[in-house]
Every structure is written in C-alpha cells, then in structure tokens.
Design a protein around this ligand. Structure first.
Ligand code: ATP
Length: 258
C-alpha cells in the first residue's frame, strides 16, 4: 500500500467506541481519536487475507482521489490494532456521518422535510456524482444505504464497487451487482451492457424518487427484491410519482430536462 494514500492511526489512540452498523466487511464503529471531540467512523476488516487487502487498497485509492468534496464521505486513513498473537488487524478510518444512511434519515425526518430540502438533497447528490464522474469514476452501487447524511448534508459513501471508467469499459455486467430497483435496467436485459455514467444517473433518479416518497422503491416489508422485479423493470416498470410532487422535481428524475 503506497504510504501517500493514507495516514496511519493506532487503534489504541481511539476511545469511546460505539457500534453504528454492520456491512459486508464487518462492523462499523464511531470513536474519538486522541483528544478530538469529533467522531470518526472505523470499519473493521475481518478475514484479512490477500483478497481483502486488494479490496482495501482499491477502496483507499478510489476514495483518496475524490477526497475533500463536501458531498462525499472523506477517507482519513488506516488504523492498526496489534493482536495478542503479534498479527495486526486493520481498520478503515473515515469521516463520521451523524445522520445515518439516507434510508434511515428519510424514515426519521421525512415529515419535516420541505420541497426546498428535497430539491437541495437532489442537488447535493448531483454534485457528488458529477465530482466522481469528473475523476473518471463510476460508483456502480448507488442506493439509499450507500448514501449517508451528516448535519443534513448528503454524502456518498462506499466505493466498494466503484471502478475507474476505463476499467469498467472492459467489464460487462454478466455478474449482477447492486440493489435491483436502483440498477440500470439495460444491464438486466443485455449481458454485454457496460455500466457507465448514465447507469449512475439512473440510480440517482431512483434516489430522487425515494427522497420524494417515504419508502424505498418497490418496497414490500420483509420481502427481498426478486428476479421478477428485475424483469419488469427491464421492460419499463417504474415507480409512479408521489402525488403533489412539484412538476420540476418529477422532470428532473424522469430525465425530461436532459
Ligand atoms: P458493503 O461494504 O458490503 O457494501 P454496507 O455498505 O452495507 O456493506 P458498510 O459500508 O460497512 O456496509 O456500512 C454499514 C453501516 O454502517 C451503514 O449502513 C451505516 O449505517 C454505517 N456506516 C458506515 N459508514 C459510516 C460512516 N462513515 N458514518 C456513519 N455511519 C456509517
């Protein structure tokens, strides 16, 4: 791992650990570093093997390139923890978002959001994705659990599936990644379809619908999204606009302004 890409922390310089989530790589905690009153988020990596190291390096490099954009979770570095058997355990250190995921935020605050707030969130998502695309990165896995909120500011997180555009141009989507309602429908119907900037923009459109609703798209409580839904989406099924949504807002997520 090139040293330039990150700052080293020692895990024992962190205190006040509190578990805030659980993902594909393990638990996520918030904690204070040394005497700083601000929290940082720490993502642990269990099963630390070569594959995991590669994943980490990929995530670090990608995150580092888009550092310091207000609408993108800032990557701070790596913390090491010495284990009793003298091995090391590694943690990814990131900016902490106190409002949780966009999904959780909408659940909690939806009734207090004005249309101005919703337009503003849509604008912030657009700024974040523009920044990624300007850096030659497509996210590939945008959904409301990969978008975090900090003091009402929307921040894109989790670049686990991000690829540089030039790399992805050689990748077809024969392997289906992501959460069905947010995936570019073209990749359901065409195995050779290459995910591209427009695929991210499709997902942002779905997120905009979600911001205008109080529920995730095609959500049925307790039921996972199924293949039938993917087929129906590929054949043109879309969520209908929520009544009373301003026409301008609908026009943005349905692509009328393109
Ligand atoms: P995967 O890494 O496999 O895509 P994931 O996106 O569900 O999985 P993580 O990125 O590990 O999982 O995050 C798990 C949960 O931890 C998130 O859903 C969120 O609630 C919380 N979380 C992650 N990062 C932060 C952060 N920087 N600030 C606040 N909460 C976070």
């Amino acid at each position: 791992i090139a040293k330039d890409y990150f700052k080293y922390y020692e895990l024992n310089h962190f205190s006040n650990f509190q578990e805030i989530g659980f993902g594909g790589f393990g638990k996520v905690y918030r904690a204070n570093w040394k005497s700083s009153p601000n929290y940082l988020a720490l993502k642990s990596f269990f099963n630390f093997n070569n594959v995991t190291i590669k994943e980490i390096v990929k995530e670090l490099k990608i995150q580092r390139e888009v550092d310091f954009h207000e609408n993108i979770i800032r990557f701070c570095g790596i913390a090491t923890e010495n284990q009793v058997d003298n091995s090391k355990k590694y943690w990814l250190v990131m900016e902490y978002a106190n409002g949780g995921t966009l999904r959780e935020y909408l659940k909690e605050h939806f009734d207090n959001l004005t249309w101005n707030n919703k337009f503003n969130m849509a604008f912030q998502l657009a700024c974040a994705i523009l920044c990624l695309h300007d850096e030659g990165i497509i996210h590939r896995d945008l959904h409301s659990k990969n978008v975090l909120v900090h003091q009402n500011i929307v921040k894109l997180a989790d670049f686990g599936l991000s690829k540089r555009i030039e790399e992805s141009s050689n990748l077809s989507s024969t392997k289906l990644f992501g959460v069905i309602p947010y995936i570019d429908p073209k990749s359901f119907s065409n195995q050779d379809y290459k995910l591209n900037k427009k695929s991210d923009i499709y997902s942002i459109g779905v997120l905009l619908w979600e911001i205008s609703s109080s529920n995730p798209p095609f959500y049925t409580e307790g039921k996972p999204y199924d293949v039938c839904l993917a087929i129906n989406i590929s054949q043109g099924l879309r969520e209908t606009p929520i009544p009373d949504t301003p026409e301008d807002y609908v026009n943005i997520y349905t692509g009328k302004y393109n």
